[in-house]
Design a protein around this ligand. Structure first.
Ligand SMILES: NC(=O)c1ccc[n+]([C@@H]2O[C@H](COP(=O)([O-])OP(=O)(O)OC[C@H]3O[C@@H](n4cnc5c(N)ncnc54)[C@H](OP(=O)(O)O)[C@@H]3O)[C@@H](O)[C@H]2O)c1
Length: 278
């Protein structure tokens, strides 16, 4: 699928992998829509893309993806845009401390699982109208260590940042595979990916998480390199009509065996759907 002329939305586009995903897609001729948390970050990110890709068609939208209101507002804005055919769910967090959002979700769960779930399902009709369309979920090999405890999705029994992150990313792979089972791949494909260890500000949230991340990230690849698999899944003809996969370095990679459990995926889908009902 050629990127030229297509409208592609990228969440978490103001920094790290997302910003370079937007730039690479703009260079391929896409109309990139940079979704950022606030206007200043959106303006800076859009300027970055335009400065580095002079003929780029770049615009921005602002949304706080930790709130259902923010996610739903974004879905409406993206639908109204017209022509959206690729959604890159790139925004993600690891949190230093347990925090509960206005909607009652643990923050890591809200941003990494609930937001892509709500945004993608709300945009299915819009994407389908612009078929062939794609959803790309930026995941992590951290999901390999994740487990889903339906009795404690809000970490009430104790909060450990990596555990909350691993669980949220496993949920996102389960969602990717379940959505792929529910949607005709001729209309909309959905795939997830691990970008590699990428030298970004991702873990700079203070405390022990930041201490570890600042050491670890120096072994990482650049954000431009980290964007490659996202760009591949968003545009390559090689993955046309391929859905439900988990990719690393642009090839299929191993997943947590729990991610292959279709019953678990259905249960999580139903649970998430109930939990976001107003
Ligand atoms: N870096 C790695 O080694 C690595 C490895 C595996 C997977 N990943 C995944 O890659 C993705 C991008 O991470 P990154 O490394 O590029 O880190 P990053 O630079 O921190 O990017 C994360 C993006 O998500 C946005 N975001 C977080 N919470 C948000 C919210 N409530 N509303 C709106 N936007 C929000 C951030 O916006 P703000 O700047 O406003 O906070 C930022 O733009 C994440 O999903 C991460 O889990 C990264």
């Amino acid at each position: 699928m050629s990127a030229a002329g297509r409208a592609i939305a990228i969440t978490g586009a103001n920094g790290g992998i997302g910003r370079h995903t937007a730039l690479a897609l703009a260079r391929l001729g896409a109309h990139v829509v940079l979704v950022c948390r606030n206007q200043q970050r959106a303006d800076e990110a859009t300027a970055f893309v335009r400065d580095n890709a002079p003929n780029a068609r770049a615009s921005s939208l602002v949304a706080d993806l930790s709130t259902l209101a923010g996610v739903r507002g974004l879905a409406r804005d993206l639908s109204a845009l017209g022509g959206l055919s690729v959604l890159v769910n790139n925004a993600g967090v690891i949190c230093r401390r347990r925090a509960i959002t206005d909607d009652g979700f643990e923050l890591t769960w809200a941003v990494n699982h609930v937001a892509p779930f709500v945004l993608s399902t709300m945009l299915l009709e819009t994407l389908g109208a612009n078929a062939p369309a794609r959803i790309v979920n930026v995941n992590s090999d951290s999901h390999l260590h994740g487990t889903i405890d339906f009795g404690d999705l809000n970490s009430e029994k104790g909060f450990w940042p990596p555990r909350a992150y691993e669980r949220s990313k496993l949920a996102n792979v389960l969602f990717t595979k379940e959505l792929a089972r529910r949607v005709d791949p001729a209309r909309v494909t959905v795939n997830a990916l691990h970008p590699g260890l990428v030298n970004t500000d991702f873990g700079e949230v203070g405390g022990i998480v930041e201490f570890g991340w600042r050491v670890y990230k120096h072994f990482g690849i650049t954000p431009a390199e980290g964007a490659r698999t996202s760009v591949y899944l968003a545009t390559s003809p090689e993955v046309a009509a391929k859905s439900g996969g988990y990719y690393r370095k642009c090839v299929l990679g191993p997943v947590n065996p729990l991610a292959e459990d279709a019953q678990l995926a259905t249960r999580l889908w139903d649970h998430t759907e109930r939990s976001v009902r107003g």
